[in-house]
Every structure is written in structure tokens, then in C-alpha cells.
Design a protein around this ligand. Sequence first.
Ligand code: 44T
Length: 880
Amino acid sequence: MPNASTRPKRGRRTRRQPREDPARNELVSRSLESAQQCLFNQDYGTAFVHYLLVLNLAPMLKDFARESFRFTLFKWADELDSVGRVQDLFNCFEQALELFPADEVILNSMGEHLFRMGFRDEAAGHFHKALKLKPDYPEARENFYRVANWLVERWHFLMLNDRGRNQKYQQAIQKAVERGCNTVLDIGTGTGILGMCAKKAGAAEVFACELSKTMYELACEVVTANGMKGGINILHKKSMDMEVPKDIPHRVSLVVTETVDAGLFGEGIIESLIHAWHHLLLPPQISDDMMSLEPSKTGRVIPAGATVFGMAVESVEIRRHHRLCVSEVGGLSLGAAGQLHSPVSCTADADDSLEPYTTERLSRIPGGYTALTEPFRALDIDFNNVTELEGLSSRETQRLHLPVTQEGNLDALAVWFQLHLDQESSLSTGPQEDTCWEQAIYPIQNPNSVALRPGDQLVVDVSCRDSFLRLCSISVVRDGHEIRLDPHLSVDTQQPGTNPNPTPTAAPAPLCSALAGLQTHQSPPRETCVLECSEIALLNNRHYHQSFNQALDTLLTGLALAKENSSAVGPVNPTTATSTTTPSPSSTAAAAAAKDPNDDLLYFLDVSEGFSLLPLMAARHGHVKAYSSVEKSQHQDVLRRLAGANGVHERRLEFWLNQANEEDPAVLKRPSREKLWSAIVLDCVETCGLIRQRLMEKASLASCLLEEGGRVFPERIVLYGMLVESDTLLLESAVQGQEPTLGFNIAPFINQFTVPVHVFLDFSTLDCRHLSESVELFVLDLMKASANYTNREVKVRATSSGRVTAVPFWYEIHLDPEVSVSTLSQDSHWKQAAVVLQPSLEVRTGDWVCLAVQLHKSSISMSARIDNEDASAGAAFHLL
Ligand code: 44T
């Protein structure tokens, strides 16, 4: 807080600086006093205005008042935020930044507000600036890492490190330019690499466009650093918003682009090429025209076209993320849940909120996959034929009959493509290739499992709607009988000659029972509800629910007994009470007669993010009132239906977050003024493998809200890690020098967006060498949240020689002293994360590696060094 004694001394100052105005000084000093007084009275809005006045009139007070000014600003901003005055909030930050343009704390805080409101690009800009001003500012660093993934997606690193792909593009571009295509437009330039190839190949004019602001700025930096600033004209635009001559002076003879995603069309290549052919490209070469124009007068596209392939697959991993595979978990029957499915569906009635496909790298999918058919050709498209591009959406649905070649469950159709750069060269994104590409996955949403066997035929419809490839598995033909798979499918997709309503009773008996499971369309329509893939995987996780059931049983039974005993014979330590100690019936009855029945209730709060069955499981224990944090009304309906079907009275289940602000940890309140919680479940690990933000804050709050003997779930989490050598992780985190990028200098620019922690990792299938055993890195005690260390040095012994490039990590989540669940287990809905070490560390078998692990808020950082000096102490430490 500013201190009044440092107020400018009027008399002396006036004499030394004769131009200073005494009235102004008076105003400054009074305003400063008012600001301080308002601050003291917690009237932050008025304090803020006074500070603005003071600092505008007397900038020399800035250093002195900085801390109080920041404090006032943040308090006032929180107030504005809580009443939804967003515009005012940002105005205040802007005024503050006019006064303190280089204040990293204000920049970072404004970034946080922007981020929460969904302005990611702007937020990132603020974090980036803050970090440039103060590189060792941990808050800004953590925030920047969080947004870096959004700004520069990780596949940029993979694509730039893919030397083979870069070379193929370069050769195709060089050939085209040498043949006369001398004016070039690179659509979706990213870091500018394809545009630079065209320039280097000798193109007279090169234009490039990029819709992402961050990527556009990066491309400008890269092009300048490679000495091509004047040679490539980069525009921050979506190609579809470009016009001749406004954006480029004339039409070009070559468009180069790699705006394709795993499903080929997801980045809008069809629309952008149709637009380019109409507005930006010279007319196409007519192939059989003997009088063909020279290449500089005609237009063409690299890639020239693509072929899309598909294949039916069995994969347990895909299945458990997209379909409910259990009928009962944690003692709850799920029959009444209705039809739960993932947001990935391309059935005929799928609306826009659903994605038609997801992506997986099949070669790395946990549990592997089995191909059930041969790859089939789903579609051919010529990017140099605008009529064909325009006709794509109106192309008739193509019905394919695919012979099943391998026995297995039909879980998905996998899709990939070959990109024909020109007539000689192509790239494939197939699962068998050594490629960084993922495949598009069209999961089968049929509620029953579909067992295929050789001899069956799978009927698949291929179509394009909104320029998205749609693949629907329609039916299985077995022994001449056709069984439809998709209960949602509208009848009009059936073609003449196929039987829209096959009757399984016409089939021979053994076949009937086999097919009965597939036949779902005749049952009455069930309520449907969309859950995230990770929520479905969680529902399918029997072990998780069993573990919670066991821990809940121990706790709730113990507490209930303790309550009964205390009302009968005075207080009892509930942790020592077990379900086997039965109170005498007479004392219990007497106590019950004297009391309000609600006094006996145990209060259970689940603040899990997303869908959770835990409140229902708790409510099934008698005398429990359970609060769920599930917010979406559809999800609440599912829980209500399940409550009804599982004998939970509606009064025993409440929805806690209906009006609360999820960002506010104060949401953890007492159940009522007189009551405390018996148990609070905290969601401690995000699906991506990181500790949830503000976990420890929530844990300390939660433990204050527990009744005696109550418990925070989990009580403890233990972080484990392992030293590994993994080139894959390196390739995904940073561009490895100039060599993969055709000699262009790109790495230092894009590597500014390197993030040391990798998320959504499948450690079980990560291509890596293990260089140590797994080792305990950290323990977080949620019942004593304040007692945790934030820095730790762990000694770990190298079991092989190699280069430690990363430390994958995961958690053992202890619900109580007996029960735990691991985030590494096969049926986990969690993925793992890994710290990529900067720099990596060479080790020899037997070396002791000292890992310095730091936990700042919820983010983990690590560094490693060899420490053989004190090996014996290390060993002792390790054994501990
Ligand atoms: N991901 C590949 C998709 N753009 C590649 O802003 C492959 C994913 C992938 N700019 C794992 C591995 C891989 N006008 O920066 C982007 C984007 C921009 C446009 C201007 C337009 N019409 C567009 C459309 C897109 O183009 C850049 C490249 S999109 C490539 C997508 C390694 N997972």
C-alpha cells in the first residue's frame, strides 16, 4: 500500500519545478488519499477511478502506486466480471495498460479474463507479451503453455518434421514452376513453407494466405528470416474472402495447398478450391485440347486430386469410447439410461452438433485393431475439375457391398486417403504407412455389438453432405438375409431391391439368435443423450465404479454407525467404526424416536466435471442425500431416470450447480447452514493427463467443509513417471533443425510455441525405449492440502543406456487407504501426459539421474541431471 509520507511535498517541489501547478498537486494528493480510503473500504470501483486520475496527472507516482493500483484493478475486475459487465471490465484493463503498457502482471491478468471469455488468440497475445517482458514469470508461462496448443496445433510440428512429405511437395511444386506455372498462391500457408518452395523454384510472383492470425504472423517472420520478404506477399485472410485485383493483382497459374485433415475435407478444401477456380485461378488446362495453352496461361492445383479409402475395423479402444458396453456398473443398472452415444455420428439424422468422424492413429491405438474387410476405395476426386468439385455434394449415394474377411466386432469404419500431388507423386495417410497422419474414424453407434464373420457382407453407404465425406454402415448380409444396423436410419435411404424390414424369423434358428442382437430398429424409440467420449469410457470403466463403491461403503457405513452411536451413547470416532459393529437395536430405536429423521442424513457432494454416476451410487446407501454437479439438463434427466430405476428416491438426489458459477471454488459451500459434508468428490485429473487447475485450492476448501470423520475423495494422489527415449515425442514438440524443412529456417520461430508437457498421450503404445523403472515423483495429500511440497528431487536409476528425452507420467488415485485407481489402467478414461526434457540427457546403465520435479499450481515441470556422486544416498532415497 502506498504510504502517505511519500506524498510529494508541495512547497519544495513548487520552488524547484516552477511550472508545476499547486492546484493540480492538491488534486493529486486528495485523489490519492481518496483512492486509499476507498481501497480500505473495499469500494474498488471508486478507488480505481481515483487511481486513474492520480496516475494520469502524476505519472511519477507510477512506481510507488503500482502494487495498490494492480490490486484495485484486479478486485474491481472481479466485481465487474461477477455481474457480467464484460465491456467495462476490458475498458478498465485497457486504461490500466495505457498507464502501464509493460506491466506483465496486468497483461497476464487481462489474458486470463480474455481466455475465460473464449478470446483465445487475444489471450495468447497477452500471455506472450507478459512472458517476453518477464521470461521467468511462472503464471504467464503456465497460461501461455495452456493456449499454445490452441494457437499452433501440434500437428504443425509433425508435418514440418516430415521430411518425406516436404520433399514430395517441393518436387511437385518445382516441376510445375519449371514447366511455366510462374504465379503461385499458397492457400493455408501455415509457416509459409510451400510458398517458399515456389519462390525458391523461381516463381515470378508468390502469394500466400492464412486465416489464423498467429500462423499468419509466424509466416511473416519466417519468410523475412529466409530473405523472401519482398518475394512472397502474405495475407491474413481466408482464401474464400480474397478477390482479384483487391488482394492479388491477377489470377494465378498455380494453387498449392495442404488444407486437408485426416478426413480429407474437414479443412474445407472443396469450398476453397471451388472458390479459387471461380475467382483466383486462371482457366484450367483442357486435357484433350490439342491447342492447349501454355502453363502460365492456365491454372492448376497441387495436389491434383485424391483417392479416399475405407476399411471396417474392430477396436476395443474405439468401442469403449463411443458405445455403452456395460449394463450395470457400481451396483447400478443402466437399462433406464436411454440410448447414450458419443458426439461422433454420421447417421442420416445426425445434426450439426455431432461430428461425422473422430481421428486416431490406428498403428498406435491402445489394444490394437483388427481389419475386418480389405481396404475399399470410397471416393475419387479431381481437384482440377471444378464441375466435379461442385457436383460432389449432389453425387448420388454410393452403396458398397464389402466382403467380411476376418471375424470380429464391427466397431468403426476407418478412412484415409492418397493425395495425388501430380501425375507421378502421391502421399498416403494410411494406417500401414510410416506417416504422422491419423486416420478418420467413423464409429458404429449401434447399441448392440455387431459380430461379423467371414462370408458376411457389410453394406456401406458413401455420400457427401456439406462437403464432408459420410460413411454409414447400413446392414450386414448373412446367408442372404439383410440386417440393418442403425436404428436411427431413415427408411428413404433404402434402395429399391433391398428389403427395408427384413424379418429375422425367416432365417434359420442359430442365425436368428446371432442376428437378434443386431435387430434393434423395431424396439420403441428410446430417449437418447449425447455424452463426451471420455464420459462414455468412464461409464464403461467397471473397476473405477467398483472402487468408488467400496470406498463409499466403508465411509458411509462407518459414518452412519457413528451417528447412531453418538445419538445413543455419545460421540464415537467414526474412522474406527466399521460396518461389522452393530449398535444395540433398543438404543437405536430410542434415539430415532427422539429426532428429526433428517438429522441422520449424510451429505454427499460430487464436484466431478462432466457426467458422473457417483451421486447415485452414494444415494443408494440409505440415509444419504447426494448432490450432483451435472449441469446439462439432458444429463440430469438421465440421472433422474437411473435414480428411479435403481430405487433412489427423487428427494435424495439434487443438482448442485444449477445456478452456480463453475469457475468459482466458492461453489464448495456447506449443504445447509447447520450441516457439513460427509464426503466431497473432487475431480483431480483431467482426461488429457494433467492435474486439474486449482485442485489443491478446492481440496483445502473441501476439507474445511467436512463433518468429523468425513472424507475428500480421493484422499491422496501419487504421481509416477519413467525415463524414456522417444523420438516421436520430440517430433511432436519441436521442429528438429533445418534439415527436415528443406533447408528453410523455420524451427526457431515455430518452436517459440513448443510446450514442454505433452497431453493426451497413450503411454502403452508410445514408440519409446524405457530407460528406468517407474518411480514415484510426487504425493498430493488432498486431506491436508496445505502440507504438500511443491519442489522435489527424485533419484532414479537408469536401467538402460540411451538419451532421456521425456518423462511420461500418470497417477495412482487413492480413494482411501485400501482402494485406488490408476490413470494408466487399460480401461481408464484418462490419457497420460509427458514432460519433454529440455535439454535431453544421455545416460548409461546404472547412472543415477536426479529429477527435479516442480509443481506450480497445477502444472508440472521437470529437469534432469546425472548425479552419480551420492549414489548410496540416492539408493536409500529410492528405497524409501
Ligand atoms: N492436420 C493434420 C490437418 N487454412 C492439417 O489455418 C498430419 C492432424 C494432422 N487459410 C495429426 C497429424 C496430422 N484459407 O494454418 C492452417 C489453417 C489454414 C486456411 C486460408 C483457407 N481457406 C484455409 C483453410 C485452412 O491452413 C493451414 C493448414 S490446414 C492443414 C490441416 C500431420 N493430426
